[in-house]
Ligand binder design. Sequence first.
Ligand code: UD1
Ligand code: MG
Length: 453
Amino acid sequence: MNIVILAAGAGKRMHSALPKVLHPLAGRPLLSHVLDTARTLKPTRLVVVIGHGGDQVREAVAAPDVQFALQQQQLGTGHALQQALPLIDPSVPTLVLYGDVPLTRASTLQRLADAAGPGGYGVLTVTLADPTGYGRIVRDAAGNVTRIVEQKDATEEQRRIAEINTGIVVVPSGPLAGWLAALKNENAQGEFYLTDVVEHAIGAGVRVVTAQPDDEWETLGVNSKQQLAQLERIHQRNVADALLVAGVTLADPARIDVRGALACGRDVSIDVNCVFEGDVTLADGVRVGPNCVIRNAAIGAGTRIDAYTHIEDATVGAHAVLGPYARLRPGAKLADEVHVGNFVEVKNSVIGHGSKANHLTYVGDSDVGARVNLGAGTITCNYDGANKHRTVIEDDVFVGSDTQLVAPVHVGRGVTIAAGTTVWKDVSADALVLNDKTQIAKPGYVRPVKQKK
Ligand code: UD1
Ligand code: MG
């Protein structure tokens, strides 16, 4: 089967410089969702018809399996499909999808293709409580489809028909070129309607069938930001339902956003308002507190992530404790049983088994061994204003509070660093390191008093 995705329309009602089909749903362009679904059907050819913002669209979804047909002027859906004809295989049927209808299930499309068979004409239809605006499916007394009439061309009686054209069709490709060439644009919108092709097919004795989706939302399109927001909620609710079915505990399925792929083990629980982006894996027993943002990360079994923790491009071992208010930046690799507490930032660093940084600490470009304690306010000074340097802290080091480690610097195993120390030279194993400071106390000190004006 060929699949052609129509994506040349302007999307005026989005009021945006971004082409409509590139607006994100669950963090990815609408068109990417349609392409993903199309790919699951293993198309012979996959063609996207572009027009408005064509270069941008092409760049955003370019892939070896996608071909692009340019529709210079948007003269209607029939004209759009015509532009794809040179790129399709005429010996197999063509499935037409819309780039702004992102949530159609592959199983629904397969059902339509199966119903049409190799030579039939299939139309995906749905019966709506309010069919206003859509093309209506006109049937004869025997129930056979005779034509599709657009809202703007329909009579009062036709407008009462509740069965509508979703726009998704499967057509025999051989005769398609002739049918499209025969289209006229003598209608209310002066466009070459793809919907008129059905009459040519009937005239040629082709069997016309209809199929329906399991859910109405599968056929909803995006024309405005309101509709985009509605589809986002539908999609997120579907994702949440799938997580619940798989055994994940969600404090509130209406308050989770998954923009990518979230894989969860057994007994995972997720509190409200968490956002997951990219590929995230939560192993068995992971508990995620409220308001966490986790992007491209793997979290080990039994780890607890407390409220307001942000994690990006990081890995965390088992039975770790993170947050509240922890931040793991790209390249953070935490071993098992690491504790990273409030206002601790870790970037491009490895932290070994059982090490702890519980408060107000920056660990950047560092290799921290096992069982290390980083006291409150420990800062690795990794940047000299021009280059980044590494800090190495070996196993069993104790770092007192308010310590600065000026990289590059190497602290040997078992070292004890006194509170308030600036470490700018390497320290060999088992030493105590402190700076030479004196404490001065002047008794009876009188503070300045604010002067009256
Ligand atoms: C179309 C159908 C209508 C159906 C409705 C479902 C026709 C004539 N009408 O109407 O029966 O109920 O969809 O939503 O087909 N496009 C192009 N080039 C064009 C025109 C459109 O690529 O010249 C693309 C658009 O980007 C969009 C899709 O085709 O993805 C549908 O176009 P749109 O203008 O929204 O069609 P409707 O008037 O909604
Ligand atoms: Mg439309």
